[in-house]
Write a protein that binds this ligand. Structure first.
Ligand code: URA
Length: 236
């Protein structure tokens, strides 16, 4: 593993928050290979270096990977001053996990949670463009021409969205549903794309992230990713 900021290693190992770990370092209670480190920035390799806090050895945090089918009303953030329920609390593990990317509070569907920031950074980087599939219920009848517009890309504030795959699953005057696959992860991208073509979203659910699917995972349920799934995400 590469060198990382010392406070990040300590926080990932469950010592305290990153901010408080910075204080511990400045207080001179942290040693790397027996030498006191009391200046920032400070770097270390969690796997190779012997790191202690108050003389107690810190071990590199075990990497954990979960797939959650997020219910409505749950947010993808590690702090919420409004006290809303957070995805990390639904999973409730001792490791300091976070969501890879985001689903809106009103969106349901699958999201990966992990403490592996290297993998998370790669997966959310626009360059890697992992396809994400959503099923959207919209009000009214969707026209084929509207689906074509979504496929070609939509101008949003950030620029034109990339090509999307769009499949109409159901059409009626009352409501329609489509499956849309995009490779970017702009904020509220699907909702904004649909608003731009005049469609009102009734519900939005993410059903697939690359090869990962919601299959067998009820809303509000989570599971650990298998070794093969982790290997796949690392390779993406
Ligand atoms: N697009 C949205 O609009 N919302 C989400 O939660 C995910 C993608």
């Amino acid at each position: 593993m590469a060198e990382q900021r010392l406070q990040k290693i300590l926080a990932a190992a469950g010592v305290d928050s990153r901010r408080n770990c910075e204080e511990l370092i400045l207080d001179g209670v942290v040693r790397v290979n027996r030498k006191v480190v009391d200046e920032l920035p400070a770097f270390a390799d969690a796997e190779k270096d012997a790191i202690t806090v108050h003389g107690k050895r810190i071990h590199a945090a075990q990497k954990v990977y979960f797939l959650l089918n997020k219910p409505k009303g749950v947010i993808c953030s590690n702090r919420d001053p409004q006290g809303r329920k957070m995805a990390i609390d639904v999973v409730g593990t001792a490791e300091r996990i976070f969501c890879v990317g985001r689903l809106d509070i009103e969106t349901t569907g699958i999201i990966v949670l992990t403490n592996d920031s290297e993998m998370a950074n790669r997966l959310t980087h626009p360059r890697y463009g992992l396809p994400k599939t959503y099923v959207v219920r919209v009000r009214g009848l969707i026209q084929g021409e509207t689906a074509e517009k979504l496929k070609r890309g939509i101008w949003l504030a950030e620029g034109k969205t990339g090509r999307a795959s769009v499949k109409i699953l159901k059409r009626s005057h009352k409501e329609s549903s489509i499956e849309i696959t995009i490779r970017q992860g702009l904020n509220r991208q699907v909702r904004r794309m649909l608003a731009a073509v005049g469609l009102k979203v009734k519900s939005l659910k993410r059903t697939r992230i690359g090869r990962l699917s919601e299959r067998g995972l009820g809303v509000g349920k989570f599971r650990r990713l298998s070794k093969a799934e982790v290997a796949y995400l690392k390779k993406v």
